[in-house]
Design a protein. Sequence first.
Length: 372
Amino acid sequence: MTSKTVARAAICSGREEPFAIADIELDALRDDEVQVRIVACGICHTDMAVRDAQLPVPLPIVLGHEGAGIVEEVGAGVTSVRPGDRVVMSFNSCGSCPSCAVDAPTYCYEFYPNNWSGQRADGSPVLFREGEPLNGNFFGQSAFATKAIAHERNVVRVPDMMENVDLANLAPLGCGLMTGAGAVLNAMKVRAGLPIAIWGAGTVGMAAIMAARIAGADPIIAIDVHDSRLEMAWELGATHVFNERTQDIEAEIRKLCPNGLGYAFDTTGVNKLIELAFTLLAPMGTLGMVGASAPEDMLSFNEASFMSNGRRVMGILGGDADLQDFLPQLMEHYRAGRFPFDKLISFYPFEEINEAIAASESGKVIKPVLRM
């Protein structure tokens, strides 16, 4: 492929402006790249964190990092997918650093240039608008668009067993669902019969609830401020639900789990909630954290309690997922009825991206997915 390809994309210029849909051009493919016709893309909190300047990503930019679509073209060096394949996309990684060498690409030493720099890792632009470079390559894809350039390392071919499943249903697997489920199954390695409490019943928290049920945790406690989300948490596997606005969370958990929590999982990024979760851990209990917080936020734990009880605090990115293995595992759980994440999804036309974002931020919708 030697010429640029025209597409439509939603451009983010910051919190003060709505996303604007406009014509863009995609650069010619490099050897390790894949051009994908986007069928659908989930909207994730991380997209909003970039819009709000909470992450060091340049603006304006084409966001979107839960893309699913059909491969149209592949670079000369690509062997794992071919034109016509259905794929789900996720984060990119370098493939050669010490983390990638042990199948831990979420902690790639070159994560920033491959995902957040607005361009390729070598500094070259992927997208153009009216002939001028436009920031893109977000999570190696920028899938708020009708077409996107991804990379062989961050596209996962949808297995043939999923051929009857709408690609739009699979789009959210690439970030939020992978993060919550992977935190439980890969990072914390939740053991059957031990209690887990999950702060925040958004997409990530709901995925953690479903994964905790797969792991056999008991009880499974969901905490949120929206009754509607707590009702969904019940349906997806929570054994107990608490509303932080109206209930004393610490007292409720101590009554339910007098020996403490085997696992606590925070998706909120609120330091006072994380500190509370730490105090509720049992000996050798694990606290996993994925919530986005302000760069200046700090945490305070009692050193003696931390050490003498063998407690563990884990920062978790992307659910410790190795994409090529873990995303097909989640698809199989979905096909078998163990991971019914489609219950979280509300679909919106691509042109209604701003309405979909507003619905998500209000709590009305758990996982908005744009259909291109």
